[in-house]
Ligand binder design. Sequence first.
Ligand code: SAH
Ligand code: SF4
Ligand code: F3S
Length: 437
Amino acid sequence: MKKYHIITFGCQMNEHDSENVAGMLEGMGYELSEDPYKADVVVFNTCSVREHADKRFYGMLGQFKKRRDESKDTRIVCVCGCMPQQPRVQEEIKKSFAWVDVVFGTQTIGEFPRLLNDRITTGKKQFSITANSTVVPDEKDSKRLHKHKALVNITYGCNNFCTYCIVPYTRGREKSRSFFDVVNEVKKLAADGVIEVMLLGQNVNSFIDDEGNTFPALVREINKINGLERIRFMTSNPKDLSEDLIDCYRTCDKLCKHIHLPVQSGSSSVLKRMNRRYDREKYIDIIDKLKEACPEIAITTDIIVGFPGESEEEFKDTLSLVEYVGYDSAFTFIYSPREGTPAAGFNDQIPYDVKHERFERLNEIVNNCSLKKNEKLSDKTVKVLVDGASSKDDKSYSGRTDGFKLVNISSGRDIIGQLVDVKITDCKTFSIDGILV
Ligand code: SAH
Ligand code: SF4
Ligand code: F3S
């Protein structure tokens, strides 16, 4: 049997695209190879959100080129995802990576089987990128990475145009799937043994289908599905976070007591320059309401430091917001200018060492917060959905609590895919240790 390997660089949506690509390849008779160098078809599913992601991709592509030159291998190399969706990258690929066999974008993913087939039968390189296609990919053949949990796309694209962000240019305009399609998909998943679904979109809470069904209505409907135990969603934008959604934390027992609510900055003036369309006060108001609706809710976030023009005072507003909210954890990023976005052209870019110094200061506060939150679980017994074996040793597994905390569990038996009770023994900054009860 011919083999394939997919390298995924990006976010959960990118990961889910890889599940779709894997499903298409298996439909064509390929099987998974863990080793990229033993695969007949290698797919690079790229991300472009920060410069680091671009660099990793070019580095890995370079390695494949070297192998190809040295060993004259006939492996088919495909590039897809958010990078080739941008004209500057298309030029770069045509110029410096003309040897790549198949290139397709986020919005032409459904064409992949045809492109691969044409490459094989004609020997010609295939290139297919469309911008702003409204065709929603067919989800039914996706190959899930896990048996017990599933990623379910509910919206595609983004209309928000935050001034730092490349995503609206790589994913096109926002489009919601039909309410009933999503509900039916989750029903099928639950019948197939899925315990947890993660509803995905760049801005999930702005979900609204052609019949006017909203995101809170979708959560309530999915909450009724038998067999399913946990509902998560990612990512919500504070500007669209409704009271109705906050109320779901009171009424939907399967909705995990966790929200990932990217704040980006604690300064209203920076938020304005970022075009986030909420301010510090509005964000704090949402946090207060969420805590009131669900006192034990875990809150995580994304923060960017060193956005153009960020003053020391504005940065300190971010630090004080982190202390106020008391995040369970946060992804922190150094601002990375993305060609084609408005902020890349702002003339008050922050010098690298200032960005770095702020990044360190922010991380210290975030990490203290995380440790404090994790320590609250000390000696408690919590439910953990076990994702897989941990790399530590063969008696260790890892999974997530309802509040999305990473737990390493020691257990004498295989517990992968199960929802188990775990007694917490040690709380650290980035993870928690426990033993199976
Ligand atoms: N749709 C999500 C985020 C998608 S991108 C939302 O609106 O919250 C994931 C995170 O990457 C963002 O939340 C942001 O913190 C970070 N990010 C995006 N563009 C960036 C850039 N140019 N530089 C640094 N971080 C960036
Ligand atoms: Fe990017 Fe903003 Fe859209 Fe999120 S909401 S994907 S940060 S433009
Ligand atoms: Fe990256 Fe595209 Fe996701 S740029 S973060 S893979 S939407």
